[in-house]
Design a binder for this molecule. Structure first.
Ligand SMILES: [Zn+2]
Length: 124
């Protein structure tokens, strides 16, 4: 079972307690009424959706019910770290991690270099 670390409860809990809440760090314009339809479409619908590590919002719906952010691999579902909502996006170097499927097949992935102050929230 996949375990996810809630940064508020400060413990790893089963994935069934959590709900995905979309991409993290999407900036909402203070001028939504005056922006163009194209810019509104980009804000509202267009997400990066990369292959590899993404930053996402999650909610501990069956726990403390709070929102937090996480860095997760879309290839392996591995959570590298979690942090409280409102905290800045951690400066993490994921370039040392090979995110190709073949590289994950027979070994444990390397740990990312986490900036000072960020707490790893890994689970498998
Ligand atoms: Zn929690």
């Amino acid at each position: 079972m996949l375990l996810i670390r809630c940064p508020y409860c400060e413990e790893e809990r089963p994935e069934l307690e959590f709900r995905h809440a979309g991409e993290a760090h999407v900036v909402r314009s203070g001028e939504l009424a005056s922006i163009s339809d194209e810019d509104f479409e980009k804000f509202f619908f267009i997400r990066s959706n990369p292959k590899g590590v993404v930053f996402e919002r999650w909610r501990h719906i069956h726990g403390c019910a709070r929102f937090f952010n996480a860095a997760r691999s879309t290839i392996t579902d591995r959570f590298y770290l979690t942090y409280k909502a409102g905290e800045p996006k951690p400066e993490v170097d994921f370039s040392a991690i090979d995110t190709g499927p073949a590289a994950w097949a027979n070994r444990e992935p390397a740990e990312p270099n986490v900036a000072a102050g960020a707490e790893p929230g890994k689970s498998d």
